[in-house]
Design a protein around this ligand. Structure first.
Ligand SMILES: [Zn+2]
Length: 139
């Protein structure tokens, strides 16, 4: 099985490790360093790396959790700092866009809140909040 930079809708990631137990845990990092978001300078430095843990999606009946190495960069040209921006993952959210969309669709398709709560490991209040916001991707 190949993980060539695209796990279920998240591109530009390099998968380092996949652990399959009761859940699937995927460890990944950005495939490449972006240019500076302020001045487009191409040689930014990694200042620090944080780990972000996100619910991503399900494979069969297993929840996939994504452990992302999230670098903070320093640009030597303009002197500013910025964090890596992952496609499909919003700053501060603890789940990917794909995951929220999946919950929305399950709820919209008539899956009970109780079942979603059990199978996705999120609270009923969260399900309702995402559902009420209509399109979770714009929330
Ligand atoms: Zn810069």
């Amino acid at each position: 099985m190949s993980h060539s930079g695209n796990i279920l809708g998240l591109s530009e990631l390099e998968v380092e490790r996949v652990d399959r137990n009761d859940e699937i845990n995927v460890y990944a990092r950005p495939a490449k360093r972006p240019p500076c978001i302020y001045c487009q300078h191409r040689k930014v430095r990694v200042k620090a790396t944080y780990q972000r843990t996100l619910k991503h999606t399900r494979q069969g009946n297993q929840v996939m959790t994504l452990h992302l190495k999230s670098p903070k960069y320093h640009c030597p040209q303009c002197g500013r700092y910025f964090r890596h921006r992952f496609q499909g993952v919003r700053p501060r959210f603890r789940s990917s866009d794909a995951f929220r969309l999946e919950v929305f669709e399950a709820r919209d398709g008539g899956v009970t809140q109780r079942k979603i709560t059990r199978t996705r490991g999120i609270s009923a209040a969260t399900v309702e909040r995402w559902y009420q916001s209509q399109c979770p991707c714009d929330a």
